[in-house]
Design a protein around this ligand. Structure first.
Ligand code: ATP
Length: 226
């Protein structure tokens, strides 16, 4: 059984997150996609980050109508800096050996992966599905993998192999593990949480950028300086 996990600040969650997750779930035949709001994102300016309970609630509201989606508070419960390697290891302990884990990540975030904690162990722990975002190309992904990562970790080899049979996505095998990095062509939606926060603080509309229930939650709780 294949399960996808998608970590994020979700400050707030929007259709960019939800659409890439739903398309990837379909492409890769994932049983479920689990959304994991971080407690403290290690790579973001925390002063802009809303409290975890609000972000968790918004994520729950966003996914409740889709039985293929669920939310985990694993990082919020763990507290401290939310390192993906710890989350992946916790999930591997929880799931049976039959579960194949896919870590879903936007290309903007994947381009920073060489700065993450325990990169080598990450590549030994699960598959990665890298989704499209506007202004990024597949070449960017190859540059990171074949230049940056190869230079920094010369004991890991990456190799483009035959496209994945199930999803048809391009696949890059990792020499030190049985896992791979997949490049998924999801519909590029030019939506970001930063833009949504700015619009709200300026009193502009955010309709059609995120689910109505999330928008109502933001307005009712006067979040993002509204
Ligand atoms: P911010 O604007 O606050 O930096 P964000 O919109 O990038 O936030 P995050 O919560 O940081 O959202 O993103 C979580 C994950 O979802 C990351 O892997 C990110 O690359 C991915 N993601 C975010 N927005 C999109 C989008 N529009 N399309 C596809 N993936 C996205």
């Amino acid at each position: 059984m294949r399960i996808g996990i998608i970590g994020g600040t979700f400050n707030p969650i929007h259709y960019g997150h939800l659409n890439s997750a739903v398309e990837i779930r379909e492409m890769f035949g994932l049983e479920k996609v689990i959304f994991i709001p971080s407690f403290i994102p290690p790579h973001k300016n925390v002063k802009d980050v809303l409290g975890p309970q609000h972000r968790l609630k918004m994520t729950e509201l966003a996914v409740e109508s889709n039985p293929g989606f669920s939310v985990s508070s694993i990082e919020i419960d763990r507290k401290g800096l939310s390192y993906s390697i710890e989350t992946i290891n916790e999930f591997k302990r929880i799931f049976s050996k039959e579960v194949e884990l896919f870590f879903i990540i936007g290309i903007d975030a994947f381009l920073e992966i060489h700065t993450w904690k325990d990169v080598k162990r990450l590549f030994q722990s699960c598959n990665f599905i890298v989704s499209t975002r506007p202004d990024y190309r597949r070449d960017n992904l190859h540059e990171v993998i074949f230049n940056l990562l190869r230079e920094k970790y010369n004991d890991i080899q990456f190799e483009i192999v035959r496209d994945d049979e199930i999803s048809g996505c391009s696949k890059i095998a990792i020499s030190i593990s049985k896992y791979a990095v997949f490049a998924a062509r999801t519909t590029p939606l030019n939506i970001s949480s930063t833009d949504i926060r700015e619009r709200i603080s300026e009193g502009r509309t955010v309709k059609y950028l995120l689910p109505e229930k999330v928008e109502s939650y933001i307005m009712n709780n006067r979040l993002y300086n509204r």
